[in-house]
Design a binder for this molecule. Structure first.
Ligand code: TYM
Length: 333
């Protein structure tokens, strides 16, 4: 890797099935970005356990996510792909950063409030501490940029605050990272409730399109997508959230701009439009799923990617952690 390039960091949790929101808002953008930055892409399994997971499934989903990264075009030769729990420095730095984070700040996090209302029987410390672990992820690699969807913006802001607070208290140590949000698709919404983000854990499975959905399922979900009572197909997120969301999705999956898509469907009915969106998505997903399955059949290869990723990530993370331990006054031998 060239020393002068900027560092980019991002991660996805290996929970449930990924949605096309994760793909559009995050993974697909990494494919272009990997050519311009030194990239670290993690599988955030330590974040995943803040909500109860089935251990066998968590293991399986970890490899499935790695295979999906690679199937989408994220190249392990160009980027460091690794599993968060393979690099102990994440937990170690998170502990130090905990002492630079206020309980009140964590209580105000939107995602924490949302998840604690959905998992009221398991409001564990990890759920609350989640943004601090995320800050540790990013700051360990001295990341300049962090491409994420808009739902992660608040967590990124907190990571910046924590970095600045530490730097101010103990001298400059961390790079203060910038968020990077795509123009189209930084927030893909639920097909049934277009005012809400499309989520892996939505109550109504018809609202989320999963990366693993087969063609019939994809088309059925788009056919049922909520639109509105008038009939013109134009991009107006406030006024026409359902139609605008479908236009964003279509734009990404067809490679056309939103304006081109509007032109293409001028005068068309919603039925025709929704079918075209479904077909564009299904057509793109099929080869990705095939490649993901092929890769999943080669466990030795995937393990090799994780092993090499772990080594490279641990080296970079170790440098930062060492600095932090010195600055904080941990006696070193
Ligand atoms: P996660 O696993 O919930 O989501 C992964 C990525 O997908 C984006 N995303 C969306 N983008 C557009 N529309 C949507 N409906 C949508 N839903 C999800 C998310 O913004 C994210 O970019 N905490 C993170 C994982 C993480 C991380 C990190 C990210 C752990 N450490 C360090 C960046 C840097 C998360 O739970 O993402």
């Amino acid at each position: 890797m060239e020393e002068s390039r900027k560092v980019l960091y991002s991660a996805v949790q290996p929970t449930n099935n990924l949605t096309i929101g994760n793909y559009i808002g995050a993974i697909r953008n990494w494919v272009d970005l990997q050519n311009g930055y030194d990239c670290y892409f993690a599988i955030a399994n330590m974040h995943a356990i803040t909500v109860r997971q089935n251990p066998a499934e968590l293991r399986q989903k970890t490899l499935a996510l790695l295979a999906l990264y690679i199937a989408c075009g994220v190249d392990p030769e160009k980027c460091v792909l690794y599993l968060q729990s393979h690099v102990p420095a994440h937990a170690e730095l998170a502990w130090v950063l905990n002492t630079f984070t206020y309980v009140g700040e964590m209580e105000r996090m939107t995602q924490y409030k949302d998840k604690s209302s959905r998992h009221a029987d398991n409001i564990n410390m990890g759920l609350m501490d989640y943004p601090v672990l995320m800050a540790a992820d990013i700051l360990l690699y001295q990341a300049d940029v962090v491409p994420v969807g808009l739902d992660q913006r608040q967590h990124l802001e907190i990571a910046r605050d924590i970095a600045q607070r530490f730097n101010k208290a103990l001298s400059p140590t961390f790079k203060v990272p910038e968020g990077l949000y795509v123009k189209v698709g930084a927030k893909i919404n639920d097909l049934q409730e277009p005012s809400k983000k499309m989520s892996k854990s939505a109550e109504n499975p018809n609202g989320s399109v999963f990366m693993s959905d087969d063609k019939d399922t994809v088309i059925r979900k788009f056919r049922r997508a909520v639109t509105d009572s008038d009939s013109d197909i134009r991009y107006a997120p406030e006024e026409k959230p359902g139609v605008s969301n479908l236009l964003s999705i279509y734009s990404v999956f067809s490679g056309k701009s939103v304006a081109e898509a509007e032109k293409e469907f001028a005068g068309a009915g919603y039925g025709e439009f929704k079918l075209a969106v479904g077909e564009a998505v299904a057509e793109k997903l099929e080869p990705l799923q095939k490649e993901q399955n092929r890769l999943l059949g080669d466990k030795a290869y995937l393990d090799g990617v994780l092993r090499s990723g772990m080594e490279r990530a641990a080296r970079a993370a170790g440098r930062t952690l060492n600095k932090v331990y010195k600055k904080i006054g941990f006696y070193q031998l």
